[in-house]
Design a protein around this ligand. Sequence first.
Ligand code: ZN
Length: 420
Amino acid sequence: MTFDDNKLTAARLWVISAGRSGTRLPDGPRNQPYLARALYALIPTPSDDVLRITVDEGWHLYVNPEWLAAASVPDVGRELVHLVWHLLNRHADRARGCGVEPMSAQRWRRAADEAIGEFTDSAGLRPRHIRLVRNDPPVTVEARFTMLTDERPPVESAPDDQSGKGSGLDECGSGADGIVRCHETPRTLDLPQVSRVDGELIRRDVATEFLRTRYGYGIGRSAVVERWAKEIVEPVVPWQQVLGAAVRRAVTVTAAGGDYTYRRPSRRTATVPNVVLPSRQRVIPEFAVVIDTSGSVDERMLGRALAEFDSIVSTLRISERGLLAVSADTVAFTPTRVSRAADIALLGGGGTDMTVGIAAVLEQRPRPQIVIVFTDGYTPWPNQPLAGAILVAVIIGSRRESLPATPDWIIRVECVDEMT
Ligand SMILES: [Zn+2]
């Protein structure tokens, strides 16, 4: 059985090419060239086992020839884009990660289709049979999957199932839910397919191309696609990891100031003759914590940041000595010693000036070597690096783009409640 390959080619071109400039006809070309690499990677195969068109994880495209003959070029284009987004979003892998099985596959596909709706709707690329359910802020497929409830699979009721082919499992294929269909090409066979590695390269190319050319599109600049592309090209490390790395880096830099001591090695370790090996003395620097208590700081995120910080310092074994801590808005309250940052009394609540809090802890003896400031960042900073102390600024906010800048010499940690 063969099919009209020209129509698939026309549909790909319809998606990627620009129409006459300045016009946007309802069914005119969609001007989404960044999808070209993915669209041309699909490997079409005619199949009577599907109702319309489906994909598997090897990027095989199963096309019902009768459906293809009857469908319009824009309709085919929309289906192709929908399926490609299942692959670009690794929906099959993620379904397995959620333990999706045949019973819950329909719910997963609904969640995935809704999520793809947000990718494709602004460019007029959502197939007509896919519902658009917007969530603001956008939520992951996994979250949608949890929120939806299982429905009984429509065994006889759905009009599409009249042919008897609709088992409820063939709407988008295993590329959408990870559940392999009987008619699909086994990945183990030595047949043309897009490997996992190639799939990753395609994903990266599409993301890079989108970001490179995003301002050139006339149609439907999508914030959802932009977020997706940025996460692939510039993956965001969770702030908890960044905070841990910043604290450890500050400790290492402080400790590196000539703190390797040379002692006579013990007999057990003297395995290299005539060489005195350095043995590292563990040096715990003096920590101070300054907390911004001005009204503009998100208390919930501040609580999370302090708890995370406490768990980091607990691994440094400084609990006997404790932390020097002060809360500050435009006045610094008296620095106190606490065993956990989360125990600090949050006083104040007015405007913001962290320089007074920093000055207050630097007057204490022993003088802190590492000063960690938890703030929303809307504060003046000292004009120059602190003498003999490292300053770490933990900037707490809701959106990364809107966090205020900090001077270059400050170690900066952005603590943002992000969707992962
Ligand atoms: Zn789908």
